[in-house]
Design a protein around this ligand. Structure first.
Ligand code: ADP
Ligand code: MG
Length: 410
């Protein structure tokens, strides 16, 4: 078999980048392609995992066989077994006819199991059986069937953590992970950022028939040093939006920053730069922290307002230190006392009432509230498109569906 080199693979699959880590992983994919080993591709969301199972399939002995990609996070728990393994007629309500599953259809080919960390435990047991014995049983059947598929899986969650949480089978992990491929986050291959930007701005210029956007030197620095939580997918989206929206085709640093989420945050937590997959959750933790801090500020502000109203601080003092103007308090004399204040409501002074502490008591937001709020905002930002919201939140679509239900966000 002719040896395919990294360069031609990149060309064929439209992979941009020269970083040595990326090259190494492509090389690894090519080396193991002709073997029949299972492969696990790990990396944050948006790093470009999806090209890898195709590289492996196309360069393997099964390239003339079927290639089926399944997003385990997007299939409801109730139907995933039947989709993957098929079902017998009448095996459950609605199973009118017999159905072939992907593992049967892909016999002789490759199955790509994307977001494998989202696979329900019962399905994991079935998958393990395929991996160990090449066997499966249709839902509602007792007949053991054989299949010959190569399995390539991908995950953007840390499976070690999932194993510790009892969400992923350890034996399955070792079976899948015979060859690990780890795609580094974009922030760890900064040298590729300008190349990717140039490629995308060129593509979108063509698509929208406009001159390509380009960056000032200062903007390029911002672009390269941004932490890219959504990785290449985010870079591509932002380049597309700028290409459409910006009249001025030379993008300045301040303009670029309006497209980035907390562009100055890379000064802050060291955690974010950590490429250790164990810290995949750290982005979210930082967001929680930011939300908690905001909450604290609001509470302090409330206390301040109450201090003014109870006369313990005069308005001069306040004006000196804060931008908050007490006049807004005086203008709301008719609001009834509210003992469970919302962040923007201010309870006005009432004469012989309970002490003020009761009014501004520490409001703590539960993790649940924070999560609910984050989901609501993500849905808003994506105009209700759940797929995009789920991507942004780095959770699977199925988890998002469940949470929307749970919190009544529909
Ligand atoms: N090296 C790359 N060069 C060019 N485009 C890329 C590269 N890596 C990823 N992309 C693009 O970024 C987007 C996200 O990649 P994808 O493979 O879907 O990420 P994920 O790791 O989440 O599966 C896709 O549009 C993909 O084409
Ligand atoms: Mg993907």
């Amino acid at each position: 078999m002719a040896r395919t080199d990294v360069q031609s693979v990149k060309q064929r699959f439209g992979i941009i980048g020269t970083s040595p880590v990326l090259n190494r992983e492509i090389e690894k994919a090519l080396l193991i392609a002709p073997t029949d080993l299972s492969v696990l591709i790990a990396g944050e969301s948006g790093v470009g995992k999806e090209a890898f199972p195709q590289i492996i399939h196309q360069n393997g002995i099964r390239k003339h066989g079927a290639y089926i990609a399944v997003n385990c996070g997007a299939i409801p728990e109730g139907t995933i077994d039947s989709e993957l393994f098929g079902h017998e007629k009448g095996s459950f309500t609605g199973a009118l006819g017999e159905r072939k599953g992907y593992f049967e259809v892909a016999n002789g080919g490759t199955i790509f199991l994307d977001e494998v960390g989202e696979m329900p435990m019962a399905t994991q047991a079935r998958l393990l059986r395929v991996l160990e014995y090449g066997e499966f049983i249709k839902v509602g059947s007792s007949k053991v069937q054989k299949t010959d598929v190569r399995i390539v899986a991908a995950t953007n969650v840390d499976l070690h953590q999932a194993i510790r949480n009892g969400k992923f089978r350890e034996d399955l992990y070792y079976r899948l992970n015979t060859v690990p491929i780890q795609i580094p986050p974009l922030r760890d291959r900064k040298e590729d950022i300008p190349l990717l930007f140039r490629k995308f701005s060129g593509d979108f210029a063509e698509k929208y028939r406009m001159p390509a956007v380009h960056l000032t030197d200062e903007a390029r620095l911002v672009l390269v040093n941004y932490r890219w939580p959504g990785n290449i997918r985010e870079l591509k989206n932002i380049t597309e939006r700028m290409s459409i929206i910006e009249q001025e085709r030379e993008i300045s640093a301040p303009t670029l920053k309006t497209y980035l989420t907390n562009p100055d945050m890379e000064r802050l937590p060291v955690l974010v730069r950590d490429s250790d997959p164990k810290n995949f959750g750290s982005e979210r933790e930082i967001l929680y922290q930011v939300l908690f801090d905001m909450k604290k500020d609001v509470n302090e502000l409330k206390k301040l307002v109450h201090d003014i109203m109870s006369g313990s601080i005069n308005s001069q003092q306040v004006e000196g230190n804060h931008t908050y103007h007490p006049i807004s308090v005086k203008e709301t004399p008719d609001i009834p006392v509210n003992v469970t204040p919302t962040p923007i409501q201010v309870a006005p002074k009432k004469e012989e009432e309970e002490p003020f502490e009761a009014d501004y008591e520490e409001e703590t937001m539960s993790l649940e509230d924070v999560e609910k709020e984050m989901i609501r905002k993500a849905l808003d930002r994506n105009n209700g498109r759940r797929r995009n919201a789920a991507q942004e939140l780095k959770i699977s679509e199925r988890t998002l569906y469940r949470k929307i239900k749970e919190y009544g966000l529909e």
